[in-house]
Design a protein around this ligand. Structure first.
Ligand SMILES: Cc1cc2nc3c(=O)[nH]c(=O)nc-3n(C[C@H](O)[C@H](O)[C@H](O)COP(=O)(O)OP(=O)(O)OC[C@H]3O[C@@H](n4cnc5c(N)ncnc54)[C@H](O)[C@@H]3O)c2cc1C
Length: 322
């Protein structure tokens, strides 16, 4: 019995979800009273293995195949490692990449797959919790199978911290190049340059309360004076006022900054799904009953067109005329 988690990396860096998978894996391994193995496929596998060697990890398997994510390489590698390790549980990230290969791997290994898991529990059998109806309902399932695969929602578990003493093992796979359906030739960022809102410590996020595209520079200036990154709710992106890579939420990105300042955002469940993991949430919304105040640590229930210029001035900037 082993729990086997698969790490994720992109453009030379392990993604946060890799360390969250270690925490979730450790929890599950504790429930199952078994050990935890983590696999990393492609890129600087040795460097990644050092980083993944966290407390509670027994083995890190390195699979030196390719540089970036490739569906065929991942599925073939995981299937071959699975045959060798024979784990009870396969833990994968519920990310764009994870959702690309998890169903294929589960299908070919004939494993039941539960996606987007937000909590794990024990008992006579392992229980997993998922959200339904856009987060309004949580459902807990008992897994009635000896072996299974789970995808873990990013930002639900803390990142594993202290360094560990795992065994690092290179695992050789035999990838059938002829059957790879695709090759990765490079990266092209979707609009908005290289900004990755998931990396920001402070986010100023703008919502429909901003009313018009012409008013966006006001919140942009607030972000500037605070040294923050600008993000948004979905309507702003749908209107084409900011590029897609700025969208926070269920169909955008999951962010975990130190500070999240929501300006003119109501706090719909689909938005909250992407930012509830922020350490400190500040809301500026003229409606004191807006749901964002249910999760905000601090709030200013006033007109953003009054509040934001005052904040900009407070931090030494000058609000643009909007
Ligand atoms: C399948 C699905 C996926 C979705 N995915 C996402 C997602 O990833 N991200 C996301 O954000 N949404 C998502 N949505 C949309 C989501 O349901 C909401 O519609 C959206 O989050 C609302 O955005 P908002 O808060 O900016 O706008 P609104 O809900 O319109 O809220 C605007 C807020 O601004 C306040 N306001 C207005 N004027 C002022 C003012 N002058 N000063 C201060 N406050 C003011 C209002 O009181 C209001 O609370 C999704 C929906 C579906 C169905």
């Amino acid at each position: 019995m082993t729990v086997l988690a698969v790490a994720e990396h992109r453009r030379g860096d392990l993604r946060d979800v890799s360390f969250e998978l270690v925490s979730a894996g450790r929890e599950l391994a504790g429930e199952l009273e078994t050990d935890l193995a983590v696999a990393v496929i492609g890129g600087d596998v040795e460097g990644f293995a050092d980083e993944l060697n966290r407390e509670g990890v027994d083995t890190v398997y390195t699979i030196a195949e390719g540089e970036e994510f490739n569906h065929g390489v991942y599925t073939q590698s995981i299937e071959q490692l699975y045959a060798d390790v024979d784990p009870t549980a396969l833990l994968l990230p519920n990310s764009v990449n994870g959702l690309d290969y998890a169903p294929a791997v589960a299908g070919s290994l004939d494993l039941p797959l539960v996606t987007d898991v937000i909590a794990l529990g024990g008992g006579d059998s392992i229980e997993v919790t998922r959200e339904q109806y856009g987060g309004k309902v949580e459902t807990t399932y008992s897994i009635d199978a000896d072996r299974y695969a789970l995808t873990i929602r990013p930002a639900e578990w803390p990142a594993a911290g202290a360094a560990g003493d795992a065994t690092i093992e290179a695992f050789e796979v035999d990838v059938d190049e002829a059957s790879l359906g695709s090759t990765v030739n490079g990266f092209e960022e979707v609009g908005g340059g290289d900004v990755d809102i998931t990396d920001a410590d402070v986010l100023v996020s703008v919502g429909r309360g901003i009313e018009e595209e012409e008013n966006i520079p006001l919140v942009e200036e607030l972000a500037d004076v605070l040294g923050a990154t600008l993000s948004s709710s979905r309507p702003i992106v749908d209107n084409g006022w900011l590029p897609q890579n700025r969208q926070v939420g269920q169909s955008g990105k999951v962010v975990t900054p130190d500070v999240y300042i929501a300006v003119g955002i109501s706090g719909a469940v689909q938005h909250v799904a992407g930012m509830k993991g922020a350490d400190t949430i500040v809301a500026i919304n003229s409606d004191p009953n807006a749901p964002i105040y249910d999760i905000a640590d601090y709030g200013i229930a006033d007109d953003l067109f009054e509040v934001v210029p005052e904040l900009i001035a407070e931090f030494g900037g000058e609000a643009p005329d909007v």
